[in-house]
Design a protein around this ligand. Sequence first.
Ligand SMILES: Cc1ncc(COP(=O)(O)O)c(C=O)c1O
Length: 432
Amino acid sequence: MQATQPTPERTRLGELWEVLPEEASASVEGVLEIGGVPVTTLADRYGTPLHVIDETGLRRQIRRFVDGLRSRWPNSEVLFASKSLPAVGMYRVAQEEGMSVDVAGGGELQLALAAGVAPERLHFHGNAKTDDELRMALDAGIGTIIVDNDDELDRLERLLTRPQKLLLRVIPGVEAETHASQATGGERSKFGLPMDQATAAIERMRVHPFMMFEGVHLHIGSQILNTRQFAEAVEKISSAGAFDTYDVGGGLGVKYTYDEDAPSVDAYLEAIVAAAREHLHESARLMIEPGRSVVARAGITLYRVVSVKRTGDVFVAVDGGMADQLDVALTHQRYEAVLADRLEEPWTERVQLVGRQCESGDLLIDGVDFPAARVGDLVAMATTGAYAYTMSNNYNGALKPAIVFVREGEARLVARRETYDDLLALHTPAAL
Ligand SMILES: Cc1ncc(COP(=O)(O)O)c(C=O)c1O
């Protein structure tokens, strides 16, 4: 452990460093720093709730995927599953570090193009792409469309005026060991076609003059901690036939809590590539699409304590909640958090960390140990770089938080905070 990552008595800070960003440390005053910037400075400058991303750790993690896959399987491509953090600045970092990008809707496509991602490096997903979205993607010169179903092929038959690279999403029949809402590769999945229907769809593409069918895609789910499941998926996809390209999706899980273990990027790549060596032909192009495992650990969410209430339970309520951290209600994901400006103090009290939205399910952490919290303290919720910003919403009129990237002592605003004017701008003024 580095000297700047202390473990005072009666805390689990030593373990907390493993779920905080790689470039997290403590100042001598006991204030959490990310990328060399104290969180107190970030909160004062940008307000709270605030998504803070450790850009150095993020870039390092991207390289682990890109270099790690290339060294094991040279004919390969790593796509950033941009739904995990669709911010223009994030798309830019992904491309700079050697990733291609997957988008799953017109909005993500617009953000990626605004970031300057080369259209040919974009891959378009979705089980219900509309005519407008497909037209937008084709006009932009999108690299690859991952076809989900026969209706989409009907649309493409109408819309295509020149050759277009396509993959077909298939259902591998792998039941991922994860939360039900995050499992996407089981027999009853809404995504893709079962293997027996895939053959006819592939034939349809092969005979069409503009449909350049290149291979198959699957994605078994998210927050998967057992690497054998990825190997199983590779084996299953090989049974679809011999093609140029196999995209085996994303899904690598991350360590969210002290007690959880997650596979390293290397262990994950080893499992996939070992299965590819066994089941795919050696000239095949191998693609993966990590999202969560790229950005989750790099991010924290900073909140300010608004109220501390002792009513039997100790409720520490902050200025955000499930409107900016929806996974707590959607998947009941457990997180860890710390009083970020009081790192040196012993954790003396077990609290319910709650948000400000009008739902009892708005429980950010069910039981976390803190020093006795006070109004105005800063809370850092760890491992929240993925799927938090993207799922944020306006419940109770909440405003979408800002995103800040920090690196080597400097902070830069990547997305500004939503304002009440933004909120009002969507509505037709009432006739008074
Ligand atoms: C098609 C597809 N690819 C990749 C991903 C990324 O998954 P993860 O963020 O778990 O790596 C998803 C997310 O569920 C997805 O639907």
